[in-house]
Design a protein around this ligand. Structure first.
Ligand code: NAD
Length: 511
């Protein structure tokens, strides 16, 4: 069986050897740094290159010693493999990846996506972003990402389950999954159901031997060890991040906007997990959702779209197009260029490029998706005075709550279980004492509100809110302290790289 070497930053990054034991599976490992190498074929790496460009800009400001920046930037391990699955009587060979970008902290963490566009460049770039994202929100993990090159719409549920379980057993056999090793989560094209299949497959191999086995994956259904609030976490985090950003009076003045979310017009690309929940929570905060863009068209209404109603329409009609209370635009890409205060790309990477960036009219671009703005496009947007709230901060709500789920799994107790009743009893006694002192009783509804102890979801949401608020201020502080850093993304990168560099330095590996 192929083994991985232990995480030793100065040693050669671990590699998974080509598997000889399974003739039906092919795999290859590559150690990369800015470009992809598959066998002897050299292919361009646009997304990873774009992340590397951003990294270089920030690393320059930090003046890191030679070698340290290279070590942080490099992807430690990429496991590429192919596996056969019988689909409707025919054998299909499916391509898949798992990339672990950094082992400066373990386990590594990052989603698994199902998409025909997945390739090595993409998983490397997304894994790198995960390293920085975890550092920004103080999640003690390295970054990782995985993908299976399929369109989930082409398969039945039963076929998807077989593909997912087979993918998982490949990861198990190469030690690319485990609560102490590498912990996947949902991403584009995957959700709770796939995470449950992954957990169950892992449990079949390790359940009786590893008491923490359920922590091998996050984003699971509640009954399978998931945590309340994880499903909504990324979208909720987008709302908290935007609430924090728009509260900055100085920044809003520069953009000629009033502070706060109230009344801000918002267009969202992607009405999936991130986009739908971001829309829902922003609307609850008083923002006006004026456009939702999907792959097959967009719906636009300047007076605002009722998010829940649109969701019900989409469920019934399998598309948002034709929603009667808004105008349908067939050209979904063009909808990104409509006027609005906040544009949230929450679907895929590279949606705003140097081609369409000059026509973007939004004042704030809030990156719900990973890498939706290319590095070239960013230069154009910044010159236009647009505020870009970077992905590695803004969509970090998912990994933050995934971290809470992992903590729950390894501590084997639901958050709030031990203290909730105790808190309620203490608060109840306090309220009774106040009632005695003032000589009047509170209304029952007031009393209930005052004595209520925190349940799991309250604690998760509060931990998420605190993380998103304090991390934004940390990035802003970095931005203010380093005058040479001209934008929030570079500040976020610099703050993250600084933290990873500190870990390496404290380990005594670099001066
Ligand atoms: P999802 O599969 O739930 O939703 C994606 C949505 O985008 C779907 O509704 C899909 O139809 C739509 N879409 C696809 N192509 C499109 C196009 N060309 N134009 C407009 N819409 C299109 O995926 P998700 O989990 O919401 O992830 C979306 C993005 O957010 C990805 O970049 C992912 O990496 C990132 N992200 C997700 C999470 C998470 O917790 N799910 C966390 C952090 C980052």
């Amino acid at each position: 069986m192929a083994t991985k070497t232990a995480a030793k930053p100065t040693a050669k990054p671990k590699t998974a050897a080509k598997t000889a034991a399974k003739p039906a599976t092919t795999s290859a490992a590559t150690t990369t740094n800015g470009t992809n190498t598959i066998g002897s074929v050299h292919v361009p790496a646009p997304f990873f290159k774009s992340v590397a460009q951003n990294f270089d800009k920030a690393a320059k400001a930090l003046k890191l010693p030679s070698g340290l920046a290279e070590q942080i930037k490099a992807c430690n391990s990429v496991y590429y493999f192919q596996f056969p699955v019988r689909i409707r009587g025919e054998i299909q060979v499916i391509e898949a990846w798992r990339c672990e970008h950094s082992h400066h902290k373990l386990p590594t963490k990052g989603g698994i996506r199902y998409s025909t566009m997945v390739d090595q460049d993409e998983v490397m770039a997304l894994a790198a972003l995960m390293t920085y994202k975890c550092a920004i929100v103080h999640v003690p993990f390295g970054g990782a990402k995985g993908g299976i090159k399929i369109n989930p719409r082409d398969y039945t549920d039963d076929e998807l389950e077989r593909i997912t379980r087979r993918y998982t057993s490949e990861l198990i056999s190469k030690n690319f999954i485990g609560p102490a090793v590498d912990v996947p989560a949902p991403d584009y094209g995957t959700g709770e159901r796939e995470m449950a299949w992954i957990a169950d497959t892992y449990m079949a191999f390790h359940g009786g031997r590893d008491i923490n086995a359920l922590g091998c994956v996050t984003g699971k259904p509640i009954a399978q060890g998931g945590v309340r609030g994880r499903r909504e976490a990324t979208g909720r985090g987008v709302m908290f991040g935007l609430r924090q950003a728009t509260a900055d009076k100085h920044d809003m003045k520069l953009l000629k906007l009033t502070p706060g979310l109230e009344g801000k017009s918002v267009i969202i690309q992607g009405f999936g997990n991130v986009g739908y929940y971001a829309a829902k929570f922003l609307q609850e905060q008083g923002a006006l959702i004026t456009g939702i863009i999907e792959w097959d068209g967009a719906v636009i209404n300047e007076k605002g779209i009722n998010v829940e109603e649109l969701n019900q329409y989409r469920i019934a009609n399998k598309s948002i197009t034709g929603y009667p209370k808004a105008k349908t635009m067939k050209d979904s890409k063009a909808a990104l260029e409509l006027e609005c205060d906040i544009l949230i790309p929450a679907a895929l990477e590279s949606q705003i490029t140097s081609e369409n960036a000059p026509r973007i009219q939004a004042k704030i671009i809030a990156e719900g998706a990973n890498g939706p703005v290319t590095a070239d496009a960013e230069d154009i947007l910044l010159k236009k005075g647009i505020l870009i709230i970077p992905d590695m901060y803004l969509n970090a709500g998912g990994v933050t709550v995934s971290y809470f789920e992992w903590l729950k799994n390894i501590s084997h107790v639901r958050f709030g279980r031990m203290e909730r009743r105790f808190e309620e009893n203490t608060q109840s006694r306090m309220v009774s004492s106040i009632e005695d002192l003032v000589g009047r009783n509170f209304r029952q509804s007031e009393r209930d509100l005052m004595i209520r102890g925190a349940g799991e979801e309250d604690l998760v949401n509060s931990g998420l809110e605190d993380t998103m608020m304090s991390s934004y201020e940390e990035i802003k502080e970095y931005y203010r302290m380093h005058k040479e850093i001209g934008d929030l993304r570079t500040a976020a990168f610099a703050s993250a790289i600084d933290k990873v560099a500190t870990t390496y330095r404290q380990l005594g590996l670099f001066p």
